[in-house]
Design a protein around this ligand. Structure first.
Ligand code: ATP
Ligand code: MG
Length: 553
């Protein structure tokens, strides 16, 4: 069930006011990822916010790649980001690249130099960092700060031509080394990097810094509301300075909101990349990754992710969201959509000794008891079946209502069966049960003779198909109170368990990305990477139950 954004937030209120007072006729937002990794669920929050805000007020949203750092960026990431935004259900108005504006950014930098607002500095990056001062102490002016305009123009031109090595010179804005805001202390706006860019190739060997490039990108595109995360709040005076001093026609407004942090995961492309590079996960789309690609492969739906992003809301206060909240939304979505079926994850063979040998009957079972339009399916039943190993105990504790010697249970959609005997292997493991069934107790027959306390699932031994089940746990273990371990020290060594079992024969038709509710086990997705003609591989998306409760406002 998808709800559209009905709750308001402070950014939406700003937009409403700007439209009311006629500051803008139309709003333009943008989603501006750097193509240095795959998108994660935190990006989804920004995507939903930007696209839905513009959509609500009939404005526009651009997808703009902030590709100003050639060393880390790659077209693989560009493609994956486009795919993920589309999959989440959003259509951008224009597809843009910051690198398309390198000429304009260069000429605006020349303008700054001509106005005496920028200078070429020969200090090393370390020297510049050291001379910036602290919150308490002002910075020191660069000895190169008073170069003449002519000298600066000449040096900047020669930087562009490739006459200097990486790090030898930078272009700095000339603002105020005593500003209480360290970002305003003559920040670097261009640096030298002899690197091939994924879009502009070897045309440039100088690249603009984020704080200089971003406001220009926004202004060129006529972005009205430039929404970013809270870390950039202190950069806003510089953003406004660049827009003003570069004499941009449009004056975009930067607005900051709190980023999404989730428990039991890491939410930064840099960290996620190191998990991939070190082989800790099976690529960016590993079903344990909080990436959009990982969530998709795990079996999340765009609806569930969008609903989650709406529910967490938009505010100025940083917080940590419980990962169980995300699970809540996929359960809610799949409860309505996913066909019900049976699968046995840890199989135990059961022989129904009084069932005629060679006989097979077709039982009619509902596809979704909560949805009468979902129809029924025919499930074969015969003398040998599989049940779950933990649905039998030789010596049951109190309140164990499943199978044990002498006890009777219902086989879901079939009959009552009673356990009479069992066989153990040489290691003492129970490997086979011998049961009898009662033909009077067929499901749907209206039998009321006696009751059983347990219902267990099963699959027919001859008519089921082998399947692999991949069960997941959190990738990262949270720090205990007082602990301060880095995320690499907190990797859960048991975040995946692979099991071999069986599913109903009807699942033969299943294709990658088909989603099911396996009775008593949870929601599963057919894996896109490991499923073959011979074997279905299922990722468990979530188990059925959780103690998590959503606080409805
Ligand atoms: P990362 O550290 O993961 O690379 P980033 O902020 O550097 O994150 P960008 O590609 O620059 O990633 O981000 C694109 C947009 O997504 C930005 O507007 C950024 O503010 C937003 N964004 C990134 N992470 C989050 C998050 N956790 N919650 C909300 N928005 C986010
Ligand atoms: Mg970044």
């Amino acid at each position: 069930m998808e709800e559209k954004c009905t709750t308001t937030n402070f950014i939406r209120n700003i937009v409403i006011e700007d439209l009311e007072i006629g500051k803008h006729q139309e709003i333009i937002t943008r989603f501006p990822p750097e193509p240095n990794g795959y998108l994660h669920i935190g990006h989804a929050k920004s995507i939903v916010l930007n696209f839905e805000l513009a959509d609500e007020f009939k404005g526009k949203t651009n997808l703009r790649f902030d590709d100003t750092n050639p060393v880390k960026e790659d077209t693989e990431y560009v493609e994956s980001i486009k795919e993920d935004v589309k999959w989440l259900g959003f259509e951008w108005d224009s597809l843009l690249f910051a690198s398309d504006y390198f000429d304009e950014m260069y000429s605006r930098a020349v303008l700054l130099i001509k106005k005496g607002k920028a200078f070429v500095c020969d200090m090393t990056p370390e020297e510049i960092r050291e001379s910036r001062g602290t919150l308490k102490e002002p910075g020191k002016e660069s000895p190169y700060r008073n170069r003449t305009v002519e000298e600066n123009l000449d040096l900047f031109e020669r930087m562009r031509k490739g006459e200097f090595k990486d790090g030898e010179k930078v272009l700095r804005a000339k603002i105020d080394m005593t500003s209480p805001n360290i970002n305003m202390r003559d920040p670097i706006i261009y640096r030298i990097a002899h690197a091939t860019h994924h879009n502009t190739g070897d045309k440039w060997c100088i690249y603009p810094m984020y704080d200089y490039a971003h406001p220009i990108e926004d202004a060129i595109e006529g972005v009205t509301h430039s929404i970013c995360t809270l870390e950039f709040e202190d950069h806003r005076p510089l953003y406004d300075w660049v827009v003003y001093e570069c004499e941009m026609d449009d004056k975009p407004r930067q607005i900051e909101f709190a980023r999404l942090n989730l428990t039991n995961t890491v939410m930064s492309k840099r960290f996620l990349k190191s998990l991939v590079d070190q082989g800790i996960t099976d690529g960016w789309d590993d079903p344990r990754m909080p990436t959009i690609a990982g969530l998709r492969r795990r079996g999340y739906t765009p609806e569930a992710i969008r609903n989650f992003c709406r529910e967490i809301g938009v505010s100025k206060a940083n917080s940590l969201v419980d990962a169980q909240m995300l699970e809540h939304f996929i359960r809610e979505d799949l409860h309505a959509k996913a066909p019900r079926t049976m699968g046995v994850i840890r199989p135990l063979r059961v022989v129904i000794t009084n069932y005629p040998e060679g006989q097979v009957e077709m039982l009619v079972i509902e596809n979704n008891p909560d949805d009468s339009t979902a129809g029924t399916r025919q499930v074969p039943f015969s003398r040998e079946i599989y049940i779950e190993q933990d649905d039998f105990m030789e010596e049951p504790p109190k309140k164990y209502f499943r199978l044990f010697p002498g006890n009777e249970v219902r086989l879901k959609g079939a009959y009552f069966v009673k356990c009479n005997d069992f066989i153990k292997d040489e290691n003492g493991n129970v490997v086979e049960l011998h049961c009898t069934y009662d033909s009077e107790t067929k499901s749907g027959s209206g039998f009321t003779g006696r009751k059983v306390k347990g219902t267990i699932h099963w699959v027919d031994a001859k008519h089921s198909i082998p399947a692999e089940f991949r069960l997941y746990d959190n990738l990262i273990i949270e720090n205990e109170e007082g602990e301060d371990k880095s995320f690499l020290e907190r990797i859960n060594p048991n975040s995946m368990e692979i099991l071999q079992g069986f599913v109903e024969e009807t699942m033969k038709q299943a294709k990658p990305q088909d989603k099911f509710q396996l009775f008593r086990h949870g929601y599963f997705n057919v894996d896109t990477k490991y499923t073959t003609e011979e074997k279905l591989v299922f990722n468990r998306i979530v188990s059925l139950k959780s103690s998590f409760k959503l606080n409805k406002k």
